[in-house]
Design a protein around this ligand. Structure first.
Ligand code: NAP
Length: 304
């Protein structure tokens, strides 16, 4: 009834960039100061002519359930979910898609009628970005993965799906790494997997073809390189999920030795493009998203 009345309304009042038909999408997390998702999505929504606006919702862990119920009450179309809610949001949703269920983490919610559906677009987002940027396939490769958090779980799920041959998972706490591998390895018995701690990375450890950092180490310029000196070689593809800052001590080391060095910007674009499609039903303008991010990062560099 309400929707009919709105459709038949004779006049739409404009409020700046939005009007009475504008739907809200956004991101919930804490902290959100580092997030460039609002810049990227608003650029895409505007160019695609979609009547939606993307806003950051700072949500503390103790308010998560209230915030999730509020999405329905406020008629929000959907949200991205980021640190620290990707796993804790799962039991608050009505349904998960199969990737989110397998990974045990959600980064995109869509409201359908009175139901909240959870997706994980980080996994495919990583896979699409790697395929586009790395110049090699993951199938048959030996891959070393740093971390056991939400992003690492998504990347691991995608690595298995893509057919990696050997996996070395490197973590701070062995139990966390082993639990992640146990959860995700079901159905992939042929893959050779080892889990070790960072302290065990020394010269005689097997060198991977692909080295992926899915920890938050590197967000700050004085963060250490997680590999010992001389570990990274020119034959590796080194992929760091961090995109802000655009380079990290690990990527600097990769560039120094002549390895392929890739940051997380492409993954941000691809996971965002998949979320955009879920909310709007339309293909995202990925070039616009990428350009808006590069402009925003350039602006941050100038102002720092
Ligand atoms: P998270 O769930 O908080 O996980 C962080 C991981 O980093 C955990 O495994 C943690 O170890 C590890 N870690 C933290 N400090 C460490 C240290 N000093 N030494 C070794 N390991 C350390 O976060 P997340 O969501 O997985 O995100 C991880 C990173 O990926 C963040 O930098 C995030 O910005 C980035 N990310 C990028 C994209 C993209 O689109 N490019 C998407 C998602 C995430 P414990 O397991 O021991 O706690």
């Amino acid at each position: 009834m309400l929707e009919d009345r709105e459709k038949n309304s004779p006049m739409i009042v404009k409020y700046g960039a939005s009007d009475a038909t504008t739907r809200v999408v956004g991101v919930i997390g804490y902290p959100l100061t580092h997030s460039l998702s609002p810049v990227m999505h608003n650029a895409a929504l505007s160019v695609a002519g979609v009547a939606m606006s993307y806003v950051p919702f700072v949500v503390m862990p103790e308010n998560l359930e209230t915030a999730i119920n509020g999405l329905l009450a406020l008629g929000v179309r959907g949200v991205n979910v980021t640190i620290p809610h990707k796993e804790s949001v799962v039991p608050l949703l009505d349904e998960l898609d199969k990737d989110a269920e397998r990974i045990g983490a959600v980064n995109t919610i869509v409201v359908k009628g009175s139901r909240l559906l959870g997706y994980n677009t980080d996994a495919k987002g990583f896979g699409n970005a790697f395929a586009e940027e790395a110049g090699c396939l993951l199938a048959g490769r030996c891959v070393m993965l740093f971390g056991a958090g939400g992003a690492a779980r998504a990347v691991l799920a995608e690595l298995l799906k893509e057919g990696v041959r050997d996996l070395i998972v490197v973590v701070r706490v062995l139990e966390r790494g082993r639990a992640m591998v146990k959860d995700l390895l079901i159905g992939y018995q042929d893959v050779k997997v080892a889990v070790c701690q960072f302290e065990a990375l020394h010269a005689d450890v097997q060198r991977p073809d692909v080295l992926i950092n899915a920890t938050s180490v590197g967000l700050f310029p004085h963060d250490p390189v997680l590999t010992p000196l001389g570990f990274v070689t020119s034959k590796m593809v080194v992929y760091d999920l961090i995109y802000n800052p655009p380079t990290t001590p690990l990527l600097d080391e990769a560039k120094r030795v002549g390895a392929v060095a890739i940051n997380g910007l492409g993954m941000l674009v691809h996971q965002g493009a998949l979320a955009f499609k879920i909310w709007t039903g339309e293909n995202a303008p990925k070039d616009v998203m990428r350009e808006s991010l590069l402009r925003a990062l350039e602006g941050l560099k100038c102002s720092s």
